[in-house]
Design a protein around this ligand. Structure first.
Ligand SMILES: Nc1ncnc2c1ncn2[C@@H]1O[C@H](COP(=O)(O)OP(=O)(O)OP(=O)(O)O)[C@@H](O)[C@H]1O
Ligand SMILES: [Mg+2]
Length: 340
């Protein structure tokens, strides 16, 4: 798997959303700097977790990867087709070969369509099977996501949250995508249902060699599901590597703080020494140098003065910080996460 060329690759992707307002007359041009030079590469069959605080740019990156956002700079290539500045043919390939699963399973489905019709719609639009085979394929897809085909006659309101999310996943699978981007797709579900959906992804990953970009706040889920993890902070990837390496021996102080800041429910585990302070700065006005320096307990004068550090790599594990591997204490919560 590690030798295969990337299925999707981004090079220095920048995405700024222009916003009006600011200044006395409200005429000052400003921009939300949502992505600030993202380079990421995902190989076929890999599941990569995108984590980071709210507003770090995870969803924007996920949408940009599928050509659903126009980038300000940089390049995205999906399976040798250009996503950024791609020709019609290339964009249509991306539409045909990728799918997205959303957070809110109920709202993601059309309330007027039954589960079966919602899946059949995708099969028709993408011309996946002949008309007379659609019903069979719908039943097959429902079974694939662990639902009784008899549920195909139900509308979303008559299904549970977990069932709706499975229908959403079945719709995504109907495309037979090479790549799925799942954006907080279990966040709205009960813990037990979350576990079932994660098991479903693990199963599909094994059976279909699915490539999955899994956006999540929940680090324990990411640890369970993902082969690799990319940690985002204010529109940059500050750390990226094999999940176990990143969780057990983080190389960026932000990753270490993120792991330590997980709400601790186990009274036998002592509280972290240095929980993360404050809120991230506004993406309208990024700090100079490394964006994390105002919150970083290890910041040196050069961290605010010099350009943001680029990702250094060792052992397939990248980090964007002046610190060397091994300089950060190992997270205390690592064991608990591993056992989650
Ligand atoms: N269409 C838009 N116009 C202006 N700003 C936007 C737009 N979409 C996102 N943003 C801003 O871009 C930044 C990144 O947003 P994004 O939704 O990608 O973050 P996120 O990491 O997915 O956060 P969350 O964890 O809350 O989902 C945020 O500051 C957000 O307010
Ligand atoms: Mg988001």
């Amino acid at each position: 798997m590690s030798q295969a060329p990337p299925l999707i690759e981004t090079d220095d992707v920048v995405l700024h959303f222009p916003v009006s307002g600011g200044g006395a007359l409200g005429l000052t041009r400003r921009a939300v700097k949502a992505l600030n030079g993202v380079s990421l590469s995902v190989r076929p069959g890999e599941t990569i977790g995108l984590v980071g605080e709210s507003g770090s740019g995870k969803s924007t990156l996920g949408r940009a990867l599928l050509g659903l956002e126009t980038v300000t700079g940089g390049h995205i290539v999906f399976d040798r087709a250009a996503v950024t500045g791609g020709k019609r043919q290339e964009l249509s390939k991306i539409r045909r070969e990728t799918a997205m699963v959303f957070q809110d399973p109920l709202n993601a489905l059309n309330p007027r369509l039954t589960a079966g019709e919602a899946i059949a719609e995708v099969l028709r639009v993408h011309k996946k099977v002949p008309k007379d085979k659609i019903t069979d394929r719908v039943a097959e897809l429902l079974q694939m996501v662990g639902l009784d085909p008899a549920l195909s006659a139900r509308r979303p309101q008559a299904l549970s949250g977990g069932q709706c999310q499975r229908v959403g996943i079945a719709r995504a699978l109907a495309v037979e995508p090479k790549l799925i981007v799942a954006d907080e797709c279990v966040a709205a579900l009960d813990v037990s249902i979350q576990g079932q959906i994660i098991n479903l992804f693990l199963d599909l990953k094994e059976k279909m060699n699915l490539t999955l970009i899994f956006i999540a706040h929940d680090l324990a889920i990411v640890r369970r599901l993902c082969d690799r993890v990319a940690v985002m902070y204010l529109g940059r990837i500050v750390e990226e590597g094999p999940t176990e390496a990143v969780f057990s021996a983080p190389r960026h102080p932000y990753t270490a703080a993120l792991i330590e800041s997980i709400p601790e429910i186990d009274p036998t585990v002592s509280l972290p020494d240095a929980p993360m302070q404050g809120e991230p700065p506004s993406p309208l006005n990024l700090p100079s140098g490394c964006s994390f320096h105002p919150r970083c307990p290890y910041a040196e004068p050069q961290c605010s003065r010099d350009p943001p550090p680029t990702l250094r790599r060792r052992d397939d594990h990248g980090w964007a910080c002046i610190l060397d591997p091994g300089q950060l204490p190992r997270p205390q919560t690592a064991t608990r996460l591993q056992n989650a």
